[in-house]
Design a protein around this ligand. Structure first.
Ligand SMILES: Nc1ncnc2c1ncn2[C@@H]1O[C@H](COP(=O)(O)OP(=O)(O)OP(=O)(O)O)[C@@H](O)[C@H]1O
Ligand SMILES: [Mg+2]
Length: 311
C-alpha cells in the first residue's frame, strides 16, 4: 500500500476533466473569482509583499496578518450544489495560472470512514495530514518558491461532529477535531503550499474552533430561477421556446413546496430523464419534458425528512 492509498481519490491537475467540471459549474462566478485570488495568495508566498512594495513603497503590517491566516476553506450548503465538484476542480486553473505547475488533489470522505474503533477517525486525519505535509514539502524549491501544491479535500466533514456526539469516551470525543486543528495549524506554521477544503452540509455541526480558522467560508445554494433556465437552455439548445424554458424553470422551482430542485436534480435526473424518454423514436418536446418532471421530485434539503427538520 502506498501512502496515498489512504485517500478516496487522488488527482493530478491540470487535467481536462477537471477543467470541464470547473467551467460547467453555473452561478458560482463570483466565488470562483474570489477563490482563485485567495488560493493564489495562500499558496504563493511573496505576492502580497510585492504588491505592497509596488503600491505603497513598504510592506504594510496588515500583510503579516493576512499571511498568518490558516489555509482553510469551508464549503457548506445544501446537497447537490457543487461543493465537492468545486473542491475537486478549482486546482485546475491554479495549475494553469503560471505560478504553480502542478496541483495534487487528495480527497478523504469522512462519511464512510472512521466508524470503527474509537480513535480511528483521529488516526486517519493525523495520517492524512502527515501525507499532505510530506507531499507539500516536496513541492517547495531550494529557493523557497512552490512549484507544486496540494489541495486536501475533507468531504462530508459533518461526520467528524457525528463521531464526537456518539463516541462514548470523553478523552476521545474531541480527538478527531483536535487532530484536524493540529493539522491545519501545522500547515499554517510551515507555510507549505497546501490548502484544506472542508465540505459539509451542516456548518453548524463544525467545531467553532475549526470554523474560526477558515480564510474562506462559502455557503452554496440551490439554483435560482435564472440559473435553472440557463441549465436547461444549455442542455437543449433551441429545443423549447423562450416561454417554455421559463415555464420549466418555474416548475423546477419551489412551485408550492418549501424548496426547489438542486443543481444535481436538474443535471443528473431531470435532463437525462427527458433524453431517456425521447430515445429512440421521439424527439424532445415540452409535453414530454412536463411528463418527465412529474416523475422527478426535488431532493429534500439536508436534515429534513417528511417535512420535519431533524435536530
Ligand atoms: N452550480 C452548479 N452548476 C452546474 N452543475 C452543478 C452545480 N452544482 C452541482 N452540479 C452538478 O451536480 C452534481 C452534484 O454536485 P456535487 O457532488 O458537487 O454536490 P455537493 O454540493 O458536493 O453535494 P453533497 O452535499 O450531496 O455532497 C455534479 O454532477 C455537479 O456537476
Ligand atoms: Mg459532496
Amino acid at each position: 500500500m502506498t501512502s496515498l492509498d489512504l485517500f478516496d481519490d487522488v488527482k493530478e491537475l491540470p487535467d481536462t476533466d477537471a477543467a470541464q467540471q470547473f467551467a460547467r459549474l453555473v452561478g458560482l462566478d463570483r466565488l470562483k473569482e474570489l477563490l482563485l485570488k485567495e488560493v493564489r495568495l495562500l499558496l504563493v508566498p511573496g505576492l502580497l509583499e510585492q504588491w505592497s512594495m509596488d503600491r505603497h513603497g513598504s510592506v504594510l503590517p496588515c500583510i503579516e496578518d493576512f499571511n498568518r491566516r490558516p489555509p482553510l476553506l469551508v464549503f457548506s450548503g445544501d446537497v447537490g450544489t457543487g461543493k465537492t465538484t468545486l473542491a475537486n476542480s478549482f486546482g485546475d486553473p491554479i495549475a494553469r495560472g503560471g505560478d504553480i505547475a502542478r496541483v495534487t488533489v487528495l480527497r478523504l470522505s469522512l462519511i464512510t470512514r472512521g466508524r470503527g474503533a474509537v480513535g480511528e477517525m483521529t488516526r486517519l486525519i493525523s495520517q492524512a495530514f502527515d501525507e499532505v505535509g510530506a507531499l507539500a514539502r516536496k513541492g517547495v524549491n531550494a529557493n523557497g518558491k512552490p512549484s507544486s501544491a496540494v489541495v486536501f479535500v475533507i468531504d462530508e466533514a459533518d461526520a467528524l461532529a457525528e463521531t464526537r456526539a456518539t463516541e462514548q469516551m470523553h478523552h476521545e470525543d474531541r480527538a478527531g477535531v483536535n487532530a484536524l486543528i493540529r493539522g491545519i495549524d501545522q500547515l499554517t506554521q510551515e507555510r507549505l503550499p497546501a490548502l484544506v477544503v472542508l465540505c459539509t452540509n451542516r456548518p453548524e455541526s463544525l467545531d467553532p474552533a475549526v470554523l474560526r480558522r477558515a480564510a474562506v467560508h462559502y455557503e452554496f445554494k440551490r439554483p435560482s430561477k435564472e440559473q435553472r433556465e440557463s441549465l436547461l437552455r444549455e442542455a437543449f439548445v433551441n429545443v423549447f421556446s423562450d416561454s417554455q424554458y421559463r415555464e420549466l424553470a418555474r416548475l423546477t422551482g419551489p412551485n408550492g413546496r418549501d424548496y426547489g430542485y438542486t443543481f444535481s436534480d436538474v443535471i443528473q435526473r431531470f435532463i437525462p430523464g427527458i433524453v431517456r424518454d425521447a430515445f429512440p423514436d421521439k424527439e424532445v418536446t415540452f409535453e414530454l419534458a412536463l411528463s418527465v418532471l412529474e416523475q422527478v421530485e426535488p431532493t429534500q434539503p439536508f436534515g429534513i425528512t417528511d417535512g420535519v427538520r431533524k435536530l
